[in-house]
Each structure stands twice: as structure tokens, then as C-alpha cells.
Design a binder for this molecule. Structure first.
Ligand code: TZP
Ligand code: MG
Length: 210
């Protein structure tokens, strides 16, 4: 679980470009864990994408995570799932997936973070740090104050997410984040690889000076 730059798919940000092609560029730029997040496609369509991204991530030797769909994660032998506060609770998901799969949980409050840690989450998401249009049912921004609180208290890996761009990522890193996720800034970029490289450089810099 020692990832730095968490990539999530966001197909509406690259119309006309193939999903796998865009995500491969992101991996080449430094994305070292990849999540398939598809809130609109049919089960079959999501399954098809999952198969392709499983093949891609295997080729590059990085973990592959499926958002929401435990069944698809199992069928394609993904490394894990990412679940929100309204999805199947973590203990139930663990029963289905077993001890070896990665389970990540979205959190918006320190109470949710504590609970996820206690229940055996492998990592948590912390966000949305800033306003974002990428997620529709999003809660109010948690701000860097929540990032700081998690950095101080929570011992499992956490990844900051939501509205993070190259121009504001330093603020998130200063609050104690050592893992970053950006969706629109990466997959919507005209230079996906270069954008990832710049994120990674900033993350590495912050890790060295912390
Ligand atoms: N979870 C919390 S915010 C968010 C998700 C999936 C969307 C992040 O997208 P962006 O484009 O980096 O703001
Ligand atoms: Mg969900």
C-alpha cells in the first residue's frame, strides 16, 4: 500500500479518447494505483472496462481497484475495491472478499476515519478537500483541516482527493498528505503523462522534507 499518486478513471473528461490509452499515459507518468470508477455504465460495460484495465495494470505491475462493484472486482481478480459510506459496510465486504483484498473507504469526518481504521480498512480516502464537480452526490469540502486531523491521528494510509490540481496540491501536502488522488486534472489534461510527473515530483518533494 505504498502508493503515491492514485489515478481514477473519469471518461467524461477525455471525450473521443480511449480509456485504456489515457490511463496508460497516467501510469507512465507515475500513477501507481488505479481505480475504475464508472457510475453510469451497465454492469456488462463496467465489466468490460474492468477486464481491460486489469490487463493494463497487470502489465505495469500496479494495484487495480474497482469502485462499488464487489462482484466485478472478484470476477476480474482486481486487487481490491473502493467503497463509500452508503455502500456495503466494510465488515460485510471483508466477508465476501477475504483477508487479502484491498478495501478502501471514503471518509469525510474523523469519526468515519476512525471507524474505517478500526474495521480494518487498508486505506481511506479523505475528501473532497476542495469543491469538485467530478462527483455529483458530493458532501461539502472537508478542507485541509480534515487532512491535517487525519495525518495526525490515523495510522493506516490515507489519500487526499477532491478538487486537487497542480496549483493547489502543495497546500494539501503541507497539511500532511503523502498520497494524492486527482481525477479531472489528470485525465482531462492535454498532457496526461506530464501532469502526473508534476504531481509526483511535488509529492516526492513533500515526502523528502517531512
Ligand atoms: N471522491 C471524493 S471527491 C471525488 C471523489 C471520487 C472526485 C474527485 O475528482 P476531481 O476531478 O479530482 O475533483
Ligand atoms: Mg460507492
Amino acid at each position: 500500500m505504498d502508493f503515491r499518486l492514485y489515478g481514477i478513471t473519469g471518461e467524461r473528461f477525455h471525450p473521443g479518447r480511449d480509456l485504456v490509452e489515457v490511463m496508460e499515459e497516467a501510469i507512465q507518468g507515475g500513477v501507481d494505483i488505479l481505480q475504475l470508477r464508472d457510475k453510469t455504465g451497465s454492469k456488462r460495460k463496467v465489466l468490460e472496462k474492468a477486464r481491460r484495465l486489469r490487463e493494463l495494470t497487470r502489465r505495469y505491475g500496479i494495484p487495480f481497484i474497482v469502485n462499488d462493484h464487489l462482484d466485478i472486482a472478484l470476477v476480474v481478480d482486481a486487487d481490491g475495491v473502493h467503497l463509500g459510506q452508503d455502500d456495503l459496510p466494510l465488515p460485510e465486504a471483508r466477508k465476501i472478499l477475504g483477508p487479502d483484498k484491498i478495501i478502501g473507504i471514503s471518509t469525510h469526518t474523523i469519526q468515519e476515519a476512525r471507524q474505517a481504521e478500526q474495521e480494518g480498512a487498508d486505506y481511506i480516502g479523505v475528501g473532497p478537500v476542495f469543491p469538485t464537480d467530478t462527483k455529483s452526490d458530493v458532501v461539502d469540502p472537508v478542507t485541509t483541516a480534515y487532512v491535517r486531523a487525519v495525518a495526525e491521528e490515523i495510522r493506516i494510509p490515507f489519500v487526499a482527493i477532491g478538487g486537487i490540481k497542480l496549483h493547489n496540491v502543495d497546500e494539501v501536502l503541507r497539511a500532511g498528505a503523502t498520497r494524492i488522488c486527482a481525477v479531472s486534472e489528470i485525465v482531462g489534461s492535454s498532457d496526461v503523462k506530464g501532469t502526473c510527473r508534476q504531481f509526483l515530483q511535488k509529492i516526492e518533494q513533500a515526502r523528502e522534507t517531512s
